[in-house]
Design a protein around this ligand. Structure first.
Ligand code: ZN
Length: 152
């Protein structure tokens, strides 16, 4: 009977290996979705961010290390990409359809652009951290984690 792989010995009813994705493939779609919701990609429960954009060093629920991420400018890039492609045609359409007062148009779109950017930015950051976690990029690869932070 070879059931050791599918049923690892339970450790107090809390199987960390399962929650953390073990050593095998990690569910990319699930990790991205959890990141978009700004949740820990490993357990989906703990909050990923401490504040607006600061990623926690470790998950408060499952203890997964999240400080390995390298989101860098990626979330800002994605935010500008989406908001720009959304707002530019909307601006033209709003002008053609409603012919609003220029001050009203600029005020509405200035507020709309800032609001959309602030809404999207932390979600894109979570998405990127989830992606990197699922793909074991950077320090998320367990065997490389020590090297990355403690170069010999
Ligand atoms: Zn977690």
């Amino acid at each position: 009977m070879d059931a050791t792989h599918d049923n690892p010995p339970a450790t107090g009813g809390f199987q960390l290996d399962h929650i953390h994705g073990g050593e095998g493939e990690r569910d990319l779609r699930q990790a991205i979705w959890r990141g978009w919701r700004r949740r820990c990609p490993a357990c989906g429960t703990g909050p990923m961010m401490n504040g607006f954009l600061k990623v926690r060093d470790t998950c408060t629920v499952c203890g997964e290390e999240l400080h390995h991420h390298r989101a860098d400018d990626g979330p800002a890039y994605l935010t500008i990409l989406v908001v720009g492609h959304l707002m530019a045609p909307l601006l033209g359409a709003a002008f053609m359809i409603y012919r609003p007062d220029p001050m009203v148009l600029s005020a509405v779109f200035a507020i709309g652009t800032v609001a959309a950017s602030l809404w999207l930015l932390p979600r894109f950051k979570g998405l990127m951290v989830g992606f990197q976690w699922a793909k074991r990029m950077h320090g998320f690869a367990p065997d490389l984690a020590d090297d990355a932070h403690n170069p010999a």
